[in-house]
Design a protein around this ligand. Structure first.
Ligand SMILES: *Cc1c(COP(=O)(O)O)cnc(C)c1O
Length: 415
């Protein structure tokens, strides 16, 4: 490009030898693996050298149907040819259809659409605060969230995230949040007493994804539900990672035997097309025109793709597949724990959100296992320092799970 050219050549592909150039222009916010992914099909992806990988990351629990799924290709193509975007100043069918599907298949009565998990959680926080101001008469509402949680990177959601490493250098944070240890009923009761008259919501993941694939405890969540009912506090469940079939149920909260007042969805909802949803029950549906909005939120394109994801999930029994393949995966990983007790401690998770927990005393860390697996052709992602996370597409086959187990076994044997 000559120095006088104002518009660069169109970029067709980022080849690996272009990584330095990529880093010259893209902000350094991610610790990336030095692989340029180029193409995907089903549960497999290929890099720019043509090397094939089994994809057990799925865009971090996002590519529900894997890559290049015909149902997604059709929905994308049909909708872009019809109407891809229209402002929420107007009505358009796909948004209403998606809301209807989500309402008919959950405990919620209403949906608000946005573009990401953080944005869905922002909406939930705003809704809970408006509920506190207008229904409970609380002027300084407090929301409790859990230690080791993850709710997003915007200022309010990063404040809600109970991990100090994500707060560093971003003060002043948003006021009105405090943290409790997850699955600890005594600490919960103490915090509820401490904030009596000011508490408006408790916001939790049904299973902590980012924080180490740590499932919620049924008795703990049953007690939370009781406390919320007793004190008219809202229970907000963050289903951004666990929801949309991944847990072996459509929503993670179904594994806990409770219903939230508000829940959020994003990652798996559009199968990789950006969309988020904030769902609520009728009694806390307090937003009015002008209260909350999003330019792109719920546009016809994203909604049409999400509808295709939902329909395919039902038609192809993908939730049952998540349960069965998850069981197969955990059984295989448990056998590995028995083979390598010095390095591997345990396996935990629901459906196709599973974690292999390394021994605290072992010198091996999650990123070592992930690095070795990637070298051998399996994409994995850590969830903290000592947990390897498995979140493949819900379409994953028994043979692909067996192959992934083989690669992990070899990776650990080689470390
Ligand atoms: C990923 C994630 C978020 C944030 O979603 P973004 O789309 O990255 O904003 C929020 N909550 C949970 C539980 C998540 O896993």
């Amino acid at each position: 490009m000559s120095p006088t050219t104002l518009i660069a050549e169109p970029v067709v592909n980022v080849a690996p030898d272009a990584i330095a150039e990529f880093n010259q222009y893209v902000m350094n916010t991610y610790a990336r693996f030095p692989i340029a992914l180029e193409r995907g099909e089903g549960c497999r992806v290929w890099d720019s050298n043509g090397k094939e990988y089994l994809d057990f990351v799925a865009g971090i629990a996002t590519c529900t149907l894997g890559h290049a799924h015909p149902a997604m290709v059709k929905a994308v193509t049909d909708q872009i040819n019809t109407l891809h975007h229209a402002s929420n100043l107007f009505y358009f069918a796909p948004q209403g259809q998606l809301a209807k599907w989500l309402v008919q298949n959950s405990c919620a009565d209403k949906a608000f659409f946005c573009n990401s998990g953080a944005e869905a959680n922002e909406g939930a926080i705003k809704l809970a605060r408006k509920y506190a101001h207008t229904k409970l008469g609380i002027s300084g509402p407090v929301i409790l969230t859990a230690n080791a949680s993850f709710h997003g990177r915007t200022l309010a959601t990063v404040t809600a995230t109970g991990q100090p490493k994500y707060h560093k250098n971003f003060a002043p944070l948003v006021s009105g949040f405090d943290y409790i240890p997850y699955n600890d009923t005594a600490a919960l009761e103490a915090a509820v007493a401490k904030y009596a008259g000011r508490l408006c919501a408790i916001m939790l993941e049904p299973l902590q994804g980012e924080g180490g694939v740590n499932p919620g405890d049924r008795a703990y969540f049953a007690r939370i539900r009781e406390i919320c009912d007793e004190h008219k506090i809202l229970l907000i469940i963050d289903e951004v990672q666990v929801g949309m079939g991944r847990s072996g149920k459509l929503w993670g909260y179904e594994n806990l035997g409770i219903q939230p007042d508000i829940f959020t969805s994003a990652k798996g909802l559009g199968g990789g097309i950006p969309i988020g949803a904030m769902m609520c029950k009728a009694h806390c549906d307090v937003f009015e025109p002008g209260d909350h909005a999003s330019t792109f939120g719920g546009n016809p394109f994203a909604c049409a793709v999400a509808i295709a994801v939902c329909n395919t999930m039902v038609q192809d029994n993908l939730i049952a597949n998540a349960r069965e393949r998850g069981q197969q995966l955990r059984t295989g990983l448990q056998a590995m724990c028995d083979r390598y007790p010095q390095h591997l401690a345990s396996v935990r998770g629901w459906g196709l959100i599973d974690g292999l927990v390394l021994q605290e005393s072992s010198t091996i860390q999650a990123r070592d296992v992930v690095g070795a697996a990637i070298t051998s052709g399996l994409l994995l992602v850590p969830a903290g320092v000592k947990v390897v996370r498995f979140v493949p597409p819900l379409t994953v086959s028994a043979a692909e799970v067996d192959r992934a187990l083989e690669i992990v076994d070899q990776a650990i044997a080689g470390l």
